[in-house]
Design a protein around this ligand. Structure first.
Ligand SMILES: Nc1ncnc2c1ncn2[C@@H]1O[C@H](COP(=O)(O)OP(=O)(O)OP(=O)(O)O)[C@@H](O)[C@H]1O
Ligand SMILES: [Mg+2]
Length: 402
């Protein structure tokens, strides 16, 4: 053989050998790689699947060959990935990456991260080379993180809403408290006014009535002292009468101020006593009915009810022009109520209340309010008057009694 020919053959043989070695090296790299490698045609048919396809997707490499790569892609992901693949086809030698779900042989979806390189025009490859790896765990972690974040976000929002609600309810409570404090302040001013009013009327009573009688008594005694003993008797008689009047006045005044009976015997006996006395003084009959009144109530409640009845009956005597009045008193476990009703001349409630100088009606209303109760007044000219007070038996009371 010609030397030249032998030389050429040797060169060809060593070139083939180099190529074979290089091919073996790349094959070994691909086949031992943990990541998967696919070769695709321009229509997405799989022409090669590396052995790691088995560990990643459960398929033996050749099971995937001649399948379309998009057939096992999640239907929600393929509409995004196919256009990307088509874009890649227009860009030789370029690389694009994408993440999508792909079906494992066991039927479950795995998340894959892929890098596709368009080597269709490369003579030694003539395929789209896809390198892929399973990122399901990372995706799951991301998803769990996202859920935890959302949960946290939701809790923050809920807590914020709770705080906002608590804040606004606190504000409401503060406003309500301020309102209650202002009302209490107004009532205590009013209480002082009422006490002043009562003191004035006691002072007037002492001055006009008791003082008058005492002055008369003093004069009688002075006159009697100057009389001769045989005629002094009539003077003593007169003085005796004046002392009797004085006793009656002082007793009445004391009863008006506060009947001791109310503390000693309670509400019902005191009311009965008051009705008798009222009828004998005014000739107005009291029709009284009660239901559910048993035992004793707190001194504040008994005083309030007694004072309300006393003032309402005084009003009937002073204003209504009737000769009978009905008083109802009833209690249940929560409230005690009293109603005083007459069929007399009545009055125009709005104008009387607006006039602002009705101590009696206002006083009744304030007494009820101080005990957490309420007072209703119904009246109109010509059709009588009905006053109803309802007081709570549940609310602890600490008010003064007068
Ligand atoms: N039962 C009633 N029938 C008719 N009018 C009434 C009756 N009760 C109250 N009134 C009217 O309402 C007004 C206000 O009553 P209120 O008891 O507040 O004051 P007063 O009786 O006039 O004076 P006081 O402050 O001494 O009680 C009375 O002046 C009267 O015109
Ligand atoms: Mg009155």
């Amino acid at each position: 053989m010609d030397d030249q020919i032998i030389k050429t053959l040797l060169i060809e043989e060593s070139a083939e050998e180099t190529l074979r070695k290089s091919e073996e090296r790349f094959r070994a790299l691909i086949e031992r790689s943990y990541d998967g490698v696919l070769l695709l045609t321009s229509t997405g048919e799989i022409t090669y699947a590396s052995p790691s396809t088995h560990s990643i997707l459960g398929h033996q490499g050749d099971e995937l060959i001649i399948q379309n790569a998009f057939a096992l892609m999640h239907p929600e992901d393929s509409p995004k990935i196919i256009p990307k693949f088509q874009l890649l086809l227009t860009r030789p030698e370029e690389t694009l990456t994408a993440e999508f779900r792909y079906q494992h042989k066991n039927g479950y979806w795995r998340w894959l991260e892929c890098t596709g390189t368009n080597l269709l025009e490369n003579q030694s490859v003539q395929a789209v080379v896809v390198n892929y790896r399973d990122i399901t765990e990372r995706k799951n972690n991301e998803e769990a993180l996202m859920q935890a974040h959302n949960k946290l976000e939701q809790r923050v929002q809920e807590r914020t809403a709770e705080l906002v609600a608590a804040n606004s309810s606190l504000r409401e409570q503060i406003t309500e408290r301020k309102r209650a404090e202002a009302e209490l302040q107004r009532l205590s001013h009013r209480l002082v006014e009422v006490q002043e009013h009562e003191r004035r009327s006691i002072a007037r009573e002492l001055h006009d009535e008791v003082g008058q009688i005492l002055t008369g008594l003093k004069m009688t005694l002075e006159l009697t002292r100057r009389l001769p003993p045989e005629t002094a008797n009539s003077g003593f008689e007169q003085a005796h009468q004046q002392v009797n009047d004085l006793l009656t006045h002082v007793r009445n005044l004391s009863l008006e101020l506060r009947p001791a009976m109310l503390d000693d015997l309670g509400l019902l006996p005191t009311l009965f006593w008051h009705f008798d006395r009222y009828t004998s003084q005014t000739e107005i009959q009291v029709n009284f009915k009660q239901a559910g009144i048993e035992g004793r109530y707190s001194p504040e409640l008994e005083t309030a009810i007694y004072r309300i009845v006393q003032e309402a009956l005084t009003n009937v005597a002073r204003h209504s022009q009737v000769n009978e009045v009905t008083v109802l008193l009833w209690a249940n476990p929560e409230t005690i109520s009293v109603q005083i009703e007459d069929q007399g001349v009545g009055f125009k409630k709005e104008s009387v209340m607006a006039a602002g100088h009705s101590n009696g009606l206002t006083g009744m209303r304030e007494r009820a309010a101080l005990l957490g109760g309420k007072l209703m007044i119904e009246s109109s000219p010509g059709s009588g008057t009905c006053v109803t007070a309802e007081l709570s038996l549940l609310k602890p009371t600490t008010q003064q009694t007068t």
